[in-house]
Design a binder for this molecule. Sequence first.
Ligand code: IVH
Length: 673
Amino acid sequence: MNRRDAEKRARELRREIQHHDHLYHVLDAPEISDAQYDRLFRELREIEEVHPDLVTPDSPTQRVGGAPQTEFGAVRHSIPMLSLDNAFSVEEVREFDARVKRGLALAEDAAVDYVAEPKIDGLAIELVYEKGVFVRGSTRGDGTTGEDVTPNLRTVKTIPLRLRGDELPALLEVRGEVYFEKAKFADLNRAQEEAGKAPFANPRNAAAGSLRQLDVHVTASRPLRFFAYAIGSAEGIAFERHREMLDRFSAFGFHVNPLARDCHGIENVVVAYRNLHEKRESLPYEIDGMVIKVDRVDQQRRLGMKSRSPRWALAFKFEPIEATTVVDDILVQVGRAGVLTPVAAIEPVRVGGVEVSRATLHNQDEVTRKDVRIGDTVLVHRAGDVIPEVEKVVDPDRRGRGERFCMPEKCPVCGSGIVKIEDEVAHRCVNAACPAQVKERIRHFASKRAMDVEHLGDKTVEQLVERGFVKDVADLYALRKEQLVELELFGEKSADNLLAAIEKSKKTTLSRLLHGLGIRHVGEVTAKVLARAFPTVAAIEAASVDDLQRVREVGPELAAAIRQFFDEPLNRELVRRLEKVGLEIAPEERPAGGALEGKTFVFTGTLAMKREDAKALVESQGGHASGSVSAKTEYVVAGEDAGSKLDKAKKLGVKILTEAEFLELVKKAEASS
Ligand code: IVH
C-alpha cells in the first residue's frame, strides 16, 4: 500500500473504530463481534507501524501508551472549576428557588425551568478538545489549578478521543465526573486483597486512585467511566439551555446521565428528588444527591456566581451513607453455620437515614488489616440493604488505648472449640448444637422470605432455645400452649397468635422451605431455581452432584454444598421430621413458559401504573424488566416525559409501546398461557 492509500485507509479505520467504541461503551449496543472489532484494530495498528508519521493523537491505538511519568504537571483551568452550595432539606431548596426568582426579578409564583441530575460521587475533571480532538485533561485540584492526567484519561473508554460529527467547535472544554461502578469496585477490592494490597475505602477513592497513576497501564486496567455535565471555555459553539448542551454532549459521543430530568418549577424538582432517592440503591454507581441547575443559560449568566459557587445551581444532598463514630466494644457473633463474626458495638449514629449501633468487621483478617480497636474513632459505611461495616479508623495516630483484637479460642456462646479451615478466612464454632447457631437457624427458618412465621421475634426464639423447648426448626411445630405461656411477656392471647402463625406457615412452597433449611449458598433465588427443577425435597436429597449440575444455574460449588448438607445424617433426619408435621407444599409459581418468556422490557417516563406493578406483570408472564435500553431490549414502554431511553430505543429500532398497548399485550399473553 502506498502512503496515500495508507493514510486514507487509516483515517477510515479510525472513524470506524471510534464509531464502534461509541456503540459499545457509551450506547451499550455493539453492532459487530469482538473478533471483527479486533480485526479493524489490528489493521490500523499495522498501518501505523509501517507509517509512524500517520499516528494521530486521537487514534484509538493511542489509548494506552508511553513510559511511566515521574509526576503530574499542573494545569491552570481557563475558567475556575467551582463547587456547589449544599442543601439538605426541601425548605432549603425552596429558599434557593426564591433566591433565583429574586435574582431574575421574577414574580414569586413564577416557575423557573430547572434540570435536575444525579450528583455522581466520583472525581471532577476537565477535558479540552481543540477542533474536536482531545488534547488535555486535568483534575479539578483546588478549582484553579489541577493535575495534568491526559494520558490516564485517554484510557477511559467512555471519553471520546475525537468528538463525533462534522461541525466541531474550535475549542470545547467538557467537564464531568470520572467514577467507578459499585460492582467493579467490589471486584477491584477483592483483587487488591488477593494481591496483598490495601483495598480502597469507597468507589470515589478507587476512581481517584486509579486515575492518578503515574503508570497509565494501571489506569487502563481499571474500568473507569465518565459522565459529562458541565462546560468550561468554548469557541465556535454556544448553548441557550443546559439541556441543549447535554444533548450536544451526547451527540459528540459522551455519556450523559440518563436520569437528568427537566423540571418546570421547583415542586417538580422536589418530585424528581424523591424519585431519584428511591432509585439510589439500585443504581450501578454511587450518588450522593441531586444537582439542580437553572436550565436557561441567559438566566445562569444573570445570576452569576459567588466566590466559589454559582448562584444558579445547588446540590440537594442525600443523607450520607457514611458517618464517624466511636467503637465501644468488639463483640463476636456466631452465625447459623457457626461462623464467628467480629462486630463493632458503636455509639449510635445515623447513616443514610437509619440509626446504626452495630457495624460488622467481617473477620479476623479484616480487623487486623484495618487495625480497629476499642475506643477508636471509625468511619462506618452503609450501602443499600447490606449490613453496615466499619470502613476504617479515622484517627490512627491517637492509638494506644485498646488492645489489638484477637478471635477467641473458644466459642463465646457454647465454649466449644474453634476451627479455621485452610483457604477460608472464617473461624467456626464446631458445635452444631451451639445455642447461638440454633437460634440463628430458627430465626432464618421463620424469616419473612423463608417460612414467614409471624409473631416469632428474636426474644421469643431466644427463650424457646434457652428453655430447651426448641432444638431445631422441626420442634417449632411441636410447641404447646402450656410451654408458651411460661415465657416472659407471653399471655394466652399471644400464645394463641404464635401457634396460629406456626400452623399457617405449614402452607408454603418448596422454595421457601429450601431457603429456610439454611443450606450453604442456597439463598432465595437459588432455592427457586432448585424448586423449579425438582418436585420435592426428597428428590433433591436423592440427586447426585451430577444430577444437580444438570440444572443450568447450578455450578460445582453449589452442587457440592447441597450434597454435603444432605449427606449429614442429622439434616436428613430433620427433613424426615419436617415431612411428618404435615406441611402443605404448593407447586412452585412458574413464571417460566409465559408468553413473554425471554423478552426484555424497559419502562421509561411517567406511567399511570406503579413501576413495581408493571414489572410484576411482565415477570408473571416470564418476561424480564431492565433499567437500560440495549440491542437486546424487546419493548420500551414509554410514558409521559420519556427522555433519553426513548431516544435510544428509536435509534436502535426497539419497538415502542404506550402504556395502553403494553396492557393489551399482557392481556393477550395471559389469555394465551
Ligand atoms: S455541576 C458549576 N453536576 O459535585 C457547576 N457537579 O460540589 C459545577 N458533581 O466538584 C458542578 N455530579 O465533582 C455538577 N451532575 C453534576 C455533578 C457534579 C457530581 C460533583 C463535582 C463537583 C461537585 C460540586
